[in-house]
Design a protein around this ligand. Structure first.
Ligand code: ATP
Length: 850
């Protein structure tokens, strides 16, 4: 790891710019040259934060022990030790440690997986090197680099401004203050606090508007963000709604176990059992009922889900999002690029009463003027830039115009860039100027130049074109010398075909009980046509932003709920839409790509940003980033989310009955006043091996075919439904019966007690294996459901069987776990108990609800 060398630059905000330039040995106009930049990269190290190491290994392993259930286990170990059960106490201690280690490894793996995913969303920066602007990965920046920043960019390093234009920066990532701060270039006093250093911007903050040229003063760990990270590192345990529910549950379970243990203790005393015997029973009870594998399993299942989603083009930035995705009830999606392909082609030009395709437009003077306006009032190059603007260039070329010659003869002298709120762009070229934008906006500017007839005709043509799903832009020109009032030129209409997979994905969402709404800046006519072509409804309900603003407060939420298409919506209104839907209890996923979308993305339950076209600002605010900007990826992610949640429920449904069943076995023995059929270390062995080799196979279960044919699961639904409780009871009965059947049966047949216990253990595991196979589906008959994808399951069962054989027949294991080799009778009992369990649980599925 390269040493962060800040040394010379203690307070860059207080150093005059020229001095700073000198200190950093750079050139404000040309930047560093490539060789120097490469050399500095070697000496300063890459511009990235160290991945959190956090506290040392020992402390993190020990942190895993901070769990009430583990306390009970440790107490059990101590009690055993006090009664001279040294081997048992050592085994319990070993298991606790092993458990902590497994938890630690799993958690770090999950955290690493997430880190790796975060890196899949690269941050780039525009840097000037050797006199040329170029895009480089932000990791390659070095102190002394000159970077250019614009609205929507993430500030890639700590920088000092050299020049700026109306620059505002959102520093909430650093200061918590959400109002953007205006920046300046003035030198500041040495003691200015971080939040007031207006001539500086810090890595990780986001430019909300304006533009700037700035000097990189610190990179990587030397940045403010790096400093903060060092202070808080290691704080990152993963908390999700589900883990929170589980933590609460684990607390209740502990209380329950302690209460039952005390009760068993009393009963034992009354029945005249020896104190040592009673303690052993109490320990067995506590140890058995604790689901040791649960917390680790949850993290693993979620992490597997995250990896699966990333393969489908959806990168989850926060683990809880995996769960939330599965409960999504409404998806609000952009149109352009998400439902459509964002491949624009001009198909019609309308001007001077004529409508023609581009290739026929070159000779008509009115159409030609309209095309010229499209070339000049345009920021794109033929191969680069906004697809809408590139389409205008392509249209002009198709009409036979020479784009670069036109631009060379009328160089641009001023510009007001396009903003989604105003929906207009203006350029000035000497004494002429051009405006392009949404038809309504351009018409409003030109009202004086057009008679009513003319305006009506434009509106009519516009509606006809929009109804075909075309995106229509209007053009006007003005003479900056004579009158700045523009005169109307004409329209250009472009096609942006829906993505082929969008219709299917929308249909899948509908079938899954998820409402899909389109939110677009485009015209309602265009939006309606695209909406019906992707299946948002044959006659979708359309509302514009302006109409939305006029809806009375008390009707607002219900109007929003019944509307499928929101057109001419500004980013600010997106936030109101999310809030309205959430007030109605919906779980909202919302897409966005611009800087102004960030508040809505943050507010939505699942903010979805575009990986290709989106700004850094949107990506930073989002819970999930789409690598391909495709609506179908959202639907796929929802599907994965549901799958993950399903597997979690299966794991819980499997693990709880097993644990509680073990507790009940012990309790029954105490109540009957007989010796324990399974002793504490044996119970621990069962718990540990089966949680890992049986339970975890459920994390890899394929999705059930009806996954997207059922309504979303409410996040308020309790984890433990009546059906699950019933299954816990059923399994407890089965486990108790099987264990005693084997234990008593073997004893009656003349076996020694160690042999009888080994038999009981094996039968117990047999029941768990049979139940596991049933748990592959909670409510559908397994025989019908899963012909394939059983590899991992088979592997897990094989491993468990092998471990049981080792436990039963290897002498060391016999000593450690008080087991003894058993005969064929035991294995016959295993098969019978397994078969009975399987049939009983499958029968229970017929009445399973929830
Ligand atoms: P979404 O991506 O949310 O579905 P959109 O991309 O269609 O919506 P915007 O890009 O905000 O929405 O565009 C809104 C309107 O602004 C367009 O319908 C068009 O009339 C106009 N417009 C779009 N791009 C430009 C541009 N480069 N110059 C001038 N006007 C534009």
């Amino acid at each position: 790891m390269a040493a962060p060398s800040t040394g010379a630059l203690d307070a860059p905000h207080a150093i005059p710019l020229e001095v700073l330039v000198e200190k950093l040995r750079t050139d404000p106009a040309a930047g560093l040259d490539a060789g120097e930049a490469a050399a500095r990269l070697v000496s300063h190290g890459p511009n990235q934060l160290e991945t959190a190491q956090g506290p040392g290994l020992l402390r993190r392993v020990l942190a895993q022990l901070r769990d009430p259930l583990i306390y009970v286990l440790l107490a059990a170990g101590l009690v055993t030790l006090a009664f001279g059960g040294y081997v048992d106490a050592a085994v319990i201690g070993g298991v606790v440690l092993l458990n902590a280690l497994i938890g630690y490894v799993q958690e770090s793996r999950a955290v690493h997986a997430l880190d790796a995913l975060a890196r899949l969303v690269p941050v780039e920066a525009t840097v000037v090197r050797g006199g040329r602007g170029q895009r480089v990965p932000a990791e390659e920046l070095v102190p002394g680099d000159i970077v250019e920043l614009a609205g929507g960019d993430r500030v890639p390093a700590d920088v000092r401004f050299a020049e700026l234009h109306a620059l505002e920066v959102d520093e909430s990532a650093l200061t918590g203050e959400s109002v953007p701060v205006s920046k300046t270039v003035a030198v500041l006093p040495d003691d200015t606090i971080v939040a007031d250093r207006t001539n500086t911007a810090y890595s990780g903050t986001v430019v909300t508007r304006g533009s700037a040229r700035a000097l990189v003063v610190a990179t990587g760990a030397a940045t403010q963000l790096g400093g903060i990270q060092r202070m808080v590192s290691g704080a990152g345990t993963v908390v999700t709604p589900l883990t929170r529910k589980l933590t609460g549950f684990s607390r209740q379970l502990t209380i329950g176990i302690v209460a039952v243990t005390v009760a068993a203790f009393t009963v034992g005393l009354v029945r005249g059992m020896s104190v040592a015997e009673i303690f052993t029973a109490a320990v067995a009870l506590a140890v058995g009922a604790i689901p040791e594998g649960l917390p680790a399993a949850v993290t693993i299942v979620l992490a597997i889900g995250v990896v699966r989603m990333s393969r489908r083009g959806a990168i989850v930035r926060h683990l809880p999002a995996v769960e939330t995705l599965g409960s999504t009830t409404v998806i609000c999606t952009d149109k352009t690029g998400t439902l459509t392909r964002n491949r624009m082609t001009v198909v019609a030009i309308a001007a001077g009463g004529r409508v023609a395709p581009p290739q026929d437009a070159g000779l008509d003077p009115a159409l030609r003027e309209c095309l010229i306006a499209g070339v000049l009032c345009n920021d794109a190059e033929p191969e680069e830039g906004d697809p809408t603007e590139r389409a205008l260039l392509a249209a002009a070329a198709a009409a036979g115009l020479d784009v670069s010659a036109l631009r060379a003869t009328a160089p641009r002298t001023d510009v007001v860039p396009f903003e989604p709120e105003r929906r207009l762009m203006t350029t000035v070229h000497g004494d002429r100027g051009y405006v392009k934008g949404a038809v309504e906006e351009v018409l409003a500017l030109c009202r004086e130049g057009l008679d009513t007839d003319g305006a009506d005709r434009v509106v009519r043509t516009h509606h006809e074109l929009a109804a075909r799903g075309l995106r229509v832009l209007a053009f006007a020109w003005f003479s900056s010398a004579a009158s700045p009032r523009p005169a109307f030129l004409g329209l250009q209409a472009m096609q942006d075909p829906p993505r082929p997979e969008a219709g299917e994905a929308v249909a899948a969402c509908h079938e899954a009980g998820i409402d899909v709404k389109m939110i677009t800046g485009d015209h309602p006519g265009t939006a309606r046509a695209i909406a019906s072509s992707v299946g948002l409804g044959a006659e979708p309900v359309v509302m514009t932003g302006a109409e939305l603003d006029r809806v009375a407060g008390d009707r607002f939420d219900s109007e929003v709920a019944r509307t499928q298409v929101f057109a001419r919506v500004s980013p600010g209104q997106k936030l109101r839409l999310v809030q309205a839907l959430q007030r109605r209890g919906e779980i909202v996923a919302m897409t966005g790509d611009g800087v102004n979308d960030a508040p809505a993305l943050r507010r939505a339950d699942i903010g979805v940003a575009m990986g290709r076209t989106g700004t850094d600002a949107a990506r930073q605010a989002a819970d999930m980033v789409l690598t391909d900007d495709d609506f179908a990826s959202i639907a796929a992610a929802v599907r994965e989310g549901r799958g993950v949640f399903d597997n979690l429920r299966k794991f819980i449904a499997w693990t709880l009955p097993a644990n509680i069943g073990e507790g009940v076995v012990v309790l029954t023995a105490v109540l009957l006043g007989v010796a324990l059929p399974i002793v504490p270390v044996q119970i621990l062995w069962i718990n540990m091996t089966t949680a890992v080799f049986l339970g975890l196979t459920l994390a890899f279960e394929p999705q059930e075919p009806n996954l997207m044919r059922r309504p979303p699961l409410s996040p308020r639904q309790p984890l433990f439904t009546a059906a699950l409780l019933r299954r816990v009871v059923l399994l407890s009965i089965l486990l108790v019966a099987a264990a005693f059947w084997a234990y008593r049966g073997e004893l009656a047949a003349g076996a020694a007690i160690a042999e009888a216990r080994t038999s009981a253990m094996n039968v117990f595991v047999g029941v768990q294996i049979a139940y596991l196979i049933s748990c592959r589906s909670l409510n559908r008959l397994v025989v019908l459901a899963w012909p394939r994808h059983s590899g991992i399951l088979a592997l897990g069962i094989g491993a468990t069987a092998a471990l049981q054989l080792v436990l039963t027949y290897v002498p060391v294991m016999n000593t450690l776990f008080h087991t003894a080799p058993v005969g064929a009778g035991t294995w016959f009992r295993v098969l019978v108990a397994g078969a009975v369990t399987f049939v009983a649980v499958e029968a229970d599925k017929v009445v399973w609800r929830g």
